[in-house]
Design a protein around this ligand. Structure first.
Ligand code: BES
Ligand code: ZN
Ligand code: ZN
Length: 467
């Protein structure tokens, strides 16, 4: 999708370009109109006085979705029509960035496995923006880079498990930063064994495709790094505690990892003056003959032993070793991102990821950034009383609660398990349970499949974090 700019008025948009007209009709009104003066896409956004940043995002996306539906390739829009009274605190640059990010996100379709139709895939190829200030134009340029990385993250997550193995995920991390000042190193099984990464190795044991552990480093500044770790389960069958039925879309269980890869790439592309490290523990959770069994006891990289109550609580195991590995970088802050629990979906539905942290300042910062980035978060408790959920009779801890009680507060319990490792870091730490936002939801105005969250939030966090 190409953006170009012009100072002329929208009435003078060149022939063949469809003009966007925002109306005060109810949200969801989408119309293609052919008039004597030209062609128009009419998009209802509700009352102009009521549009907020939250409703602005799907509104901008609806423009592109409608254009795609109508097979419109070139659109023109007036920047002035996208300035709403309730968004007056949003700078011109930020507004431009939001427009570009969200238009690109709405234009995305996962077509890698589809035969190209004769008239091509439906996508908008050109957006002509009229009367955009220089700062808004700069914002649009930045937003395009952000949108590209979000979409690249979606492609990784959408790729089927057969083509997205731990090895391919490691390769994807390298590919994402080719030509950028980012170093990428992948530990293979032999090195992981030497280090004693007993938790991630155990998860990978049941699969024919071995686990990997990838370290990305972007040093845009000196000083203690921001460490980001992402759950990279390239397919989660549940293991011996096999998942039943269909509809789990567990090839996307590496969505956390994909978001870290592209957040690091984004920081490098935008030359952010921060030191960022991305950790990608990747494994496939399969029920092979050598698979991890319920009640096996593992020794994690930290030295702590873990009793496996349920082999389907595997994400926390690979992240445990990643959190311990993070310690060697003496980080200023650690954030992990994971499609960790179905419980976070039960608690929050489809429109917010879970935020689990014991650090109130970090929570406030992340919640604020979630509002402005569009990758929404909602905080869940991490109080001491929940720590009982990781108690084990025979090991230092258990990976989850056994029996029926395991149904309750499982997002918090997952957080409490990770906390057992994060507490050794001696720096602020947060866990984002993105299971609710793994895929797009009705009303998002995005194509079906991976949502690419929380790349925008992670980038905003990297930009704003003061070590
Ligand atoms: N990857 C799943 C969680 C998940 C579910 C992500 C739905 C996205 C959508 C995770 O590994 C898992 O299976 N968690 C278990 C934990 C339980 C055994 C304590 C769950 O949530 O049921
Ligand atoms: Zn699982
Ligand atoms: Zn999983």
């Amino acid at each position: 999708m190409k953006f170009s700019f012009s100072a002329s008025s929208i009435e003078k948009a060149p022939a063949g370009v469809v003009r966007v007209r925002l109306t005060e009709e109810p949200k969801g009104t989408k119309r293609f109109a052919r008039e004597a003066t030209g062609e128009f896409l009419e998009i209802g956004g509700g009352k102009v006085s009521e549009v907020t940043q939250r409703t602005f995002i799907p509104l901008v996306r609806a423009i592109v979705q409608t254009a795609k539906r109508e097979k419109v390739k070139k659109i023109a829009l007036d920047a002035a029509a996208l300035c709403f009274p309730k968004m007056k605190d949003v700078s011109d640059e930020e507004l431009g960035s939001l427009i570009a990010q969200n238009m690109l996100m709405a234009n995305y379709e996962f077509t890698a496995y589809k035969t190209k139709p004769k008239d091509g895939f439906r996508e908008v190829s050109e957006v002509l923006v009229l009367s955009a200030s220089k700062t808004m134009q700069a914002g649009i340029k930045k937003g395009l880079t952000i949108g590209e990385e979000v979409n690249a993250c979606r492609t990784l997550a959408n790729t089927p498990g057969s083509d997205m193995t731990p090895q391919s995920l490691a390769k994807a991390a390298k590919m994402a930063v080719t030509g950028l000042p980012v170093t990428v190193r992948t530990l293979q099984v032999a090195e992981m064994k030497k280090l004693g990464m007993g938790a991630i190795l155990a998860v990978g044991r049941g699969s024919d495709t071995p686990p990997t552990f990838t370290i990305m480093e972007y040093k845009g500044a000196a000083g203690k790094p921001i460490v980001l770790a992402g759950k990279g389960i390239t397919f989660d069958s549940g293991g011996i505690n096999l998942k039943s039925g269909d509809g789990h879309e567990m090839h996307m269980d590496m969505s956390g990892a994909a978001s870290i890869i592209h957040a690091v790439a984004l920081a490098a592309k935008l030359k952010t003056r921060k030191h960022v490290i991305g950790l990608i523990p990747a494994a496939e959770n399969m029920p092979g003959g050598n698979a991890l069994r319920p009640h096996d006891i593992l020794t994690s990289l930290s030295g702590k032993t873990i009793e496996v109550i349920n082999t389907d609580a595997e994400g926390r195991l690979v992240l445990a070793d990643a959190l311990t590995y993070a310690k060697r970088f003496t980080p200023s802050v650690v954030i992990d991102v994971a499609t960790l629990t179905g419980g976070s979906l039960s608690a929050l539905g489809l429109y917010a990821s879970g935020l689990l942290t014991r650090d109130d300042e970090l929570a406030t910062q992340l919640l604020e950034l979630s509002e402005t980035s569009g990758d929404y978060l909602w905080r869940l408790p991490m109080w001491d009383v929940y720590e009982d959920s990781v108690k084990s009779t025979f090991a230092d801890m258990a990976n989850c609660v056994s029996g029926g009680a395991g149904r309750y507060a499982s997002a918090t319990n997952g957080g409490m398990f990770l906390w057992q490792f994060a507490k050794e870091l001696n720096c602020p730490w947060a866990h984002l349970d993105i299971a609710p936002r793994m895929t797009s939801a009705p009303g998002d105005e995005l194509s079906k499949g991976a949502a690419g969250e929380p790349v925008r939030l992670l980038y905003a966090f990297i930009e704003s974090w003061k070590a």
